[in-house]
Design a protein around this ligand. Structure first.
Ligand SMILES: [Zn+2]
Length: 590
């Protein structure tokens, strides 16, 4: 991705008043120098969300999020930095700069643009065919499946007639080249060299990005003997099956609001659940969910409910999806349906209330697994209990959260009638055998950051000239072991490069050590500095350095004395002298 020039970003930030931007989403009230409101990122009743207009940042003391205006949009709109920049530029009428791109990048993005355009045109053509006379039979089929016109339109359903060159002719006429149609996978080249429509005599289901752009199609057979039943677009530069969750563009807001997602398998399951008033639904489209799809979902929620048919549960894609989601740290619930039903048939028979009740009575997947495995083994025999444990221990080993794992172990032990300790130990072994999971480095809490560090950080934002001048008098070892080292180091380097400003600091920090951004915005949002002049901060940090050195010297003296004061006398004397000098310099630093 090409980067925006720094000048442009700085100008845009000047134009884009952070209070105006955030007020699009949050109602803010001016109190003193800052604006306050209810945090949009966590539920709260008393406002702890602060926006500081002149410095251009926000911070929530409730949940700890913070950053600049770009960060706010990234978090709130669930978009990347580049899209946040584009959105703001549009909002404030600032023209985007000509991007410096390599020829290859230009060619790639031009190709993607073209592929998106051709999909948009194809989707429109398929929709026209569905509402034309030729589509009458297919419309009746859709109706027969209980799908209303409103749902049909929301999903953008279409029809590909049986003709070999229907779509191809239409798109060529619109000026798209045959090469583009081939690369988009909308047409296929046959062995005799002829190029014909990929989708013929099929109900067309457009597959979209979560922004709503059509990037591929699913085609369902409309005749009983037609093979294959489903035909999909191939992978293209704009479409990767394993990274796309069907329906997310329609459901992402509902998922965010309701704080969970319903995961179903097929397009028609999706259509019925969505139409039934459960808008927070996505479909995996017949295959097990991939970790990439789980990541897509995690931007909106970490809780998922799946509907299971008890006959097929435990086998197949749904069970694999559950396992993967649990391993990725999702809270997964299972809503059991009557035997033989899927969400499509169930919602048609029992409507909104029937399905709502099933969702309400959903159980955590792990408990469901335990119950099902317990039912499959005779736990009155040693053999049955050993098999039961053998089935369940690897499941426990894949639970990423330790507390959740222990709860699972206790339940498992209870059912297998063995002691908790044995099961916990076995599960621990299973954990060790699998790959280690990523552990997040702890963000230093307020407490670990000394008053002098906090003072300097506050001053860097509010009285930058004094603060950078003071910082310039410190050097590398002064920062050793400080919790906010990355922040102070960065400020010093920016100053050396004559590029220091409070907003440059925040912005570069998101690249260098993003986890420190909320700490900085939190400190900067406070009414005044902990230590009010930069000179004192610097003296305190120097003192801390000297105290660290003194402690190290003392440890070395102790070590030598233990080895034998007689042999090491000269060295010990030298260290004593050094210690004495350091002590005197310490007194000067008060
Ligand atoms: Zn918050």
């Amino acid at each position: 991705m090409a980067l925006f020039p720094q000048r442009f970003i700085d100008d845009l930030k000047q134009q884009a008043d952070i209070v105006v931007v955030i007020q699009d989403y949050v109602s803010l009230k001016k109190t003193g120098a800052t604006y306050k409101g209810l945090c949009p990122f966590h539920g709260e009743k008393t406002p702890s969300f602060h926006v500081t207009r002149d410095k251009g940042f926000f911070h929530c003391f409730g949940c700890g999020v913070g950053g600049d205006v770009f960060k706010f949009l990234e978090l709130h709109e669930k978009i990347g930095f580049a899209d946040a920049v584009k959105l703001l530029a549009q909002r404030f009428g600032v023209a985007l700069p000509e991007m410096e791109q390599s020829d290859e990048q230009r060619a790639n993005s031009a190709e993607r643009e073209t592929l998106l355009k051709v999909h948009e045109s194809a989707a429109a053509w398929f929709r026209q065919q569905l509402v034309s006379n030729a589509g009458a039979r297919i419309r009746r089929q859709i109706e027969g499946r209980g799908i209303t016109d409103a749902t049909r339109d929301a999903l953008g359903l279409g029809f590909a007639p049986a003709a070999r060159e229907g779509l191809k002719a239409a798109l060529l006429k619109q000026g798209f080249s045959q090469g583009v149609l081939l690369r988009a996978g909308l047409v296929v080249q046959r062995e005799d060299g002829s190029v014909i429509d990929r989708f013929r005599n099929r109900l067309i289901i457009p597959i979209c990005r979560d922004t709503g752009s059509v990037i591929a199609f699913g085609g369902r057979a409309v005749d009983a003997d037609q093979q294959p039943k489903y035909l999909n677009s191939p992978e293209t530069p704009i479409y990767s099956k394993g990274r796309t969750l069907y329906g997310l563009h329609l459901s992402k807001n509902a998922i965010r609001q309701r704080k969970f997602a319903i995961l179903v398998e097929g397009y028609f399951d999706f259509a019925q659940v969505y139409q039934g008033g459960f808008e927070g639904v996505v479909a995996s489209c017949g295959t097990a969910l991939t970790p990439q799809q789980a990541q897509q979902l995690r931007r909106f929620t970490s809780k998922v409910v799946l509907s299971f048919d008890p006959d097929t549960a435990g086998q197949g894609a749904a069970a694999k999806s559950c396992e993967m989601l649990v391993a990725e740290g999702f809270a997964v619930n299972v809503a059991l349906l009557p035997a033989g039903d899927d969400p499509d048939t169930f919602v048609r028979k029992h409507g909104h209330h029937g399905y709502a009740e099933r969702l309400e009575h959903s159980t955590p997947y792990l408990e469901y697994l335990l119950d099902r495995a317990a039912a499959n083994h005779n736990l009155n025999t040693d053999e049955g209990r050993v098999k039961f444990l053998g089935d369940m221990l690897p499941v426990g080993g894949r639970i990423p959260d330790a507390a959740m794992r222990d709860r699972f172990a206790d339940r498992l032990a209870f059912k297998a009638r063995v002691t908790d300790e044995v099961v916990r130990a076995e599960i621990r072994k299973a954990v060790v055998q699998r790959q280690p999971t990523f552990t997040k480095r702890d963000v230093p809490s307020f407490g670990q950051v000394t008053k002098a560090e906090k003072g300097l950080i506050w001053l860097l934002i509010h009285q930058p000239e004094d603060a950078v001048a003071a910082l310039a008098t410190l050097d590398g070892p002064d920062f050793d072991g400080l919790s906010s080292r990355s922040v102070l180091d960065l400020a010093r380097k920016l100053n050396e490069d004559k590029g220091f400003s409070p907003s440059a600091l925040l912005e570069r920090l998101t690249v260098v050590d993003a986890q420190m951004v909320p700490l900085v915005t939190a400190i900067a949002s406070e009414g005044e500095a902990h230590v009010t002049d930069a000179g004192s901060c610097v003296r305190i940090l120097r003192r801390l350095r000297v105290e660290r050195e003194l402690a190290a010297l003392q440890r070395e003296i102790d070590r030598l004395q233990e080895l034998g004061a007689a042999q090491n006398g000269t060295e010990i004397d030298r260290l004593w002298t050094r210690k004495h000098d350091l002590r005197s310099s310490l007194d000067e630093l008060i």
